[in-house]
Design a protein around this ligand. Structure first.
Ligand SMILES: Cc1cc2nc3c(=O)[nH]c(=O)nc-3n(C[C@H](O)[C@H](O)[C@H](O)COP(=O)(O)OP(=O)(O)OC[C@H]3O[C@@H](n4cnc5c(N)ncnc54)[C@H](O)[C@@H]3O)c2cc1C
Length: 486
């Protein structure tokens, strides 16, 4: 940002950026979209554009909004970034005050999955494989290095004889590209000596990576803004009408956004957005129906403080897939900051917002971790977090484009959406626009982990990324920036 002028009438213009939401936080922090501006103690109240006190209603035309993306989780953000990089005028609408802060994108494990265990022939598998090809260039644009995204590989371990078959399960010809290595017990224990000697056999998947997902989100967001995507925070989609061959989206900020293309990336609320679609004038039969319902699946995590490198295996420790419970199961890994995390669980729940942790579940996670890696008995966990997956009745991603009304839904991006997001972005953008030649247009520098930690302010949970002080919304980063040891 260049220079800034702040007007006491409540509207501030910053170097060509329009402030859509600016307000006081505590005594010192005023906030514009996702960027924080520090001011001395100020009692001035600012209202966003479109706030009833400033502007009774604002109409945004189809020229400004060639595509509207609903939802600023990782999927919507990746779709909007891709459209922006193709110079398609795009508006992203997010109800929260930060991108990727909801219970799915804001509460995951941040593991970069390869797709070795995704169903053969599924869209999920195809997009996970494509994402791996896209990441080197994309992450270079974001300024990420191997400190931020670390190739550790994963060990899928059979803990008793009954699970041995499950270890070899993924070594079929179609998985040749993942270079899966089967390890006998001796090899496994010499590679990872801190594992319990109960370990029987393992499959090593070298391509799996550990990351801080929040840093990746920051990269996506900055890149989207660099590519002129208009990100509207604190803006909830409340009504959706189809009139005169275009969509009219009414928001909580009294805006009416008109567009010929809408992409529903509302994650946990994707089914509810589908139900908002209304076309009294054109006839309800004009509106395509979705065929997915969100079935929230909670995942709880137990967190240890920073432990020395080498104390536990460097690889992500993964159990054999549980065919009965149909879940990947609980992982154990050390984050890029040194915290050890155990989770997630997979619990079907009703609520889309209940991120509480249960003492009983956390105790189970601790016993599980101590059994698999006995040295952890010497350490006490320091915290916990949870997330909620936007699962549906289907196992695969639900992506559909209605060519008639140009409505697209991107639903049920359940457990691998963080890893596949770049490829989901490309796939969905292909449905509504022309693909353009890939070049690196914007190259940013992500601060080192030391700089991020040094600039971390625990009182308001902010740090400095790309020269802006921003709110840290992912628990992996918040635990990482604190120097707490177990
Ligand atoms: C416990 C857990 C562990 C996971 N681990 C991994 C992992 O290791 N690797 C991996 O790749 N993936 C993982 N995932 C999956 C990944 O996090 C999800 O696939 C991904 O976050 C889904 O993103 P989304 O954008 O579809 O949904 P969301 O993150 O839910 O985003 C949707 C957004 O839409 C907004 N919205 C909804 N309604 C409205 C409205 N009316 N108006 C405006 N905005 C609205 C919401 O506020 C939200 O921000 C995990 C998920 C969980 C929960």
């Amino acid at each position: 940002m260049k220079n800034s002028i702040l007007r006491p009438i409540g509207i501030a213009a910053i170097s060509g950026y329009t402030l859509h939401a600016i307000y006081k936080q505590g005594n010192t922090v005023l906030k514009e979209n996702n960027f924080y501006l520090k001011f001395p103690n100020s009692e001035i109240k600012y209202y966003p554009f479109g706030h009833p006190k400033n502007n009774p209603s604002e109409i945004i035309s189809t020229e400004q909004a060639q595509v509207v993306v609903i939802g600023g989780g990782i999927v919507g953000l990746a779709v909007a970034r891709e459209l922006g990089s193709r110079a398609v005028p795009t508006i992203l609408i997010e109800q929260n005050s930060e991108i990727c802060s909801g219970p799915a994108s804001g509460g995951n494990s941040g593991i970069g999955a390869t797709g070795y265990d995704a169903d053969l022939g599924s869209l999920e598998r195809k997009l996970l494989i494509r994402a791996k090809e896209l990441h080197p260039k994309l992450y270079r644009e974001f300024g990420l290095s191997y400190d931020h995204v670390k190739k550790t590989g994963a060990l899928v371990i059979a803990w008793d004889e009954s699970q041995v078959k499950g270890v070899a399960k993924y070594s079929y010809p179609e998985n040749e590209q993942f270079n899966i290595n089967l390890l006998e017990r001796d090899e496994l224990l010499s590679m990872a000596p801190s594992l319990s000697p109960k370990a029987q056999k393992a499959a090593f998947i070298p391509g799996e990576v550990i990351t801080d997902p929040w840093l990746v989100y920051m990269g996506y967001q900055q890149n989207a803004v660099d590519n002129n995507v208009d990100i509207k925070m604190n803006t909830k989609v409340e009504k959706i009408d189809y009139l005169n061959n275009e969509w009219q989206i009414k928001t909580s900020n009294s805006q009416v956004i008109k567009s010929k293309n809408v992409i529903n990336c509302a994650g946990l609320w994707g089914d509810e957005i589908e139900k908002l679609k209304n076309s009294k004038e054109a006839g309800e039969e004009k509106i395509s129906k979705s065929d997915f319902n969100i079935q929230p699946k909670k995942g709880q995590f137990l967190v240890y403080g920073k432990l020395p490198a080498g104390l536990i295996p460097e690889e992500i420790i993964v159990p054999v897939y549980d065919e009965v419970k149909q879940t990947k199961g609980v992982l154990i890994w050390q984050t890029i900051y040194g915290n050890v995390i155990v989770g997630p669980t997979a619990e079907n729940i009703e609520s889309k917002t209940d991120r509480s942790n249960s003492e009983m579940v956390l105790a189970d996670l601790q016993s599980f971790a101590e059994e698999k890696i006995p040295i952890l008995k010497k350490y006490k966990p320091i915290g916990s977090y949870s997330g909620i997956r936007p699962a549906t009745e289907h196992s695969d991603y639900q992506i559909k484009h209605d060519t008639d009304t140009r409505w697209t839904y991107v639903g049920g991006i359940r457990s691998t959406g963080y890893s596949a997001s770049s490829a989901i972005g490309e796939y969905v953008a292909d449905l509504v626009s022309e693909r353009v030649e890939e070049t690196i247009k914007f190259q940013r520098k992500m601060p080192s982990l030391e700089q991020l930690t040094e600039n971390y302010d625990a009182t308001d949970q902010t740090t400095i990324v790309y020269d802006n002080r921003v709110k840290v919304t992912h628990p992996i980063s918040n635990f990482g920036f604190q120097k707490t040891k177990s």
